[in-house]
Design a protein around this ligand. Sequence first.
Ligand code: SF4
Ligand code: SF4
Length: 309
Amino acid sequence: MFPSQHTAFIKSEAQRLGFLACGVAKAGFLEDEAPRLEAWLKNGMHGSMSYMENHFDKRLDPTKLVPGAKSVVSLLLNYYPSPTQVDSEYKVSKYAYGRDYHFVIKEKLKELMESIRENIGNVEGRAFVDSAPVLDKAWAAKSGLGWIGKNSNLLTAKTGSFYFIAELIIDLELEYDHPVTDHCGTCTACVDACPTQAIVAPYVVDGSRCISYFTIELKENIPSEFQGLWNDWIFGCDICQDVCPWNRFSKPHTEPLLQANPELLSMSGRDWEEITEEVFRAVFRDSPLKRTKYSGLRRNIDFLKQPQD
Ligand code: SF4
Ligand code: SF4
């Protein structure tokens, strides 16, 4: 088979496995991203996420991460849920409604890799899901799956931005896709709507000011200067995606493994306020909310409840 046939096979398998889209880029040094990543880290925009400083060279060059790598296969999995939390006093980011996506996507990537080996031959590589050493949005954009918007999310004109991004880095040569053009134009809806002014300039998100960072990654107390800006988020934040006009085209996912947890959707404000560690463990057993732990969720809820000056 030729690279074009291998590529067509991988893309059709990705579709069979339920991925929304699949694109391919040649593995190599990410020249444009290198100075941006360096400046972002230098300005401390990763906050206390010190793991972002690790593996700088590997993050910019997948051939250093996977010896002999020739191609980066990027995959999107839609997570846009229906229904969503409506007028909830305590909001959870949409990606976290169901089972932890890491498990769901890893299974799919494993199946895709097995299928490649069975049908193409002895292909070596590694699979990544939301993993620090890979600049997933940059690779997805390079693979023509969308453009990186002013809110730093990958956007597509057909489906907006509510999807997970995953990659296979493999030592197989493929037929490569080309980037698409940026369609943010003069829009600044995300920049204007961010309550903590974390989008410090178009295309630059200061992670250390982002509600997602504070509610999920931060281990200490949330700085009081942000009191009153939270818009009821207790795990993640979707504001800069919700206001994006391209997300009018989001369609609910059809992935049974990502079904929203009905208990989460039916929780009242009081249920959140009175949640015990035991209930947290039972309800969020396989959920992304486990990342913040009970203590983190408690802190986030208490932060919202604190009286404002
Ligand atoms: S996720 Fe929320 S806090 Fe973070 S940049 Fe977007 S709107 Fe701002
Ligand atoms: S809200 Fe506007 S500026 Fe922001 S990402 Fe969407 S289209 Fe781009």
